[in-house]
Design a protein around this ligand. Structure first.
Ligand SMILES: Cc1cc2nc3c(=O)[nH]c(=O)nc-3n(C[C@H](O)[C@H](O)[C@H](O)COP(=O)(O)O)c2cc1C
Length: 162
């Protein structure tokens, strides 16, 4: 128990960039704010993202062949609130932001210049989240403007408890 308490305390103090992960289930666009995400390999290029079992993005999108991963710009607080603080169970997030269809129909958010679409090559149960291992198949690198990070994001009241 002591280890668990200390673990929660130390990971709560870490600082890292936030992402918005999008998917498509049939005609329905999905997406949520994600902190559990990291590059896992350079050659071949690989990136892992974790989706909570409670989120609609996971419940409806878990079998998606590809996911969109967006770096959230430092000045995109409203977008982070929309994707982290609201759930598509209740709110049409995509009616409230500008987006277009990217490769494979994956939703791409216009406010985010830095994004990639990754083909899902492996998925596994990782606790209360599933981890999705992605192979980038399309990417766009804009100007680096700074990132919206965890310390700001943790003030958002998540649409679904993890
Ligand atoms: C600081 C912060 C970090 C989060 N990290 C994740 C994450 O790594 N994975 C995830 O699936 N949800 C994460 N969430 C929660 C979802 O973004 C949130 O529950 C969202 O409303 C779910 O939307 P959906 O039901 O439309 O998928 C995080 C939320 C916040 C505020």
């Amino acid at each position: 128990m002591e280890a668990e308490r200390a673990f929660h305390s130390l990971v709560g103090d870490l600082e890292y960039p936030m992402f918005i992960v999008t998917a498509r289930a049939g005609r329905e666009p999905l997406g949520c704010l994600v902190g559990f995400a990291t590059q896992t390999s350079i050659d071949p290029p690989r990136f892992a993202v974790c989706l909570s079992h409670r989120n609609r993005t996971f419940r409806r999108g878990r079998d998606a062949g590809a996911l969109g991963v967006h770096c959230v710009p430092a000045d995109a607080g409203e977008l982070a609130e929309l994707f982290g603080g609201e759930t598509t169970d209740e709110v049409d997030k995509f009616a409230r932001c500008a987006w277009h269809e990217g490769p494979g129909g994956v939703p791409i958010l216009d406010e985010c210049e830095n994004w990639f679409v990754g083909r899902v090559i492996w998925r596994a149960d990782a606790g209360d989240h599933d981890v999705f291992l992605l192979e980038p198949v399309a990417a766009h690198a804009g100007t680096g403007e700074g990132e919206f990070t965890f310390h700001r994001a943790k003030r958002i009241d998540a649409g679904h408890e993890a």
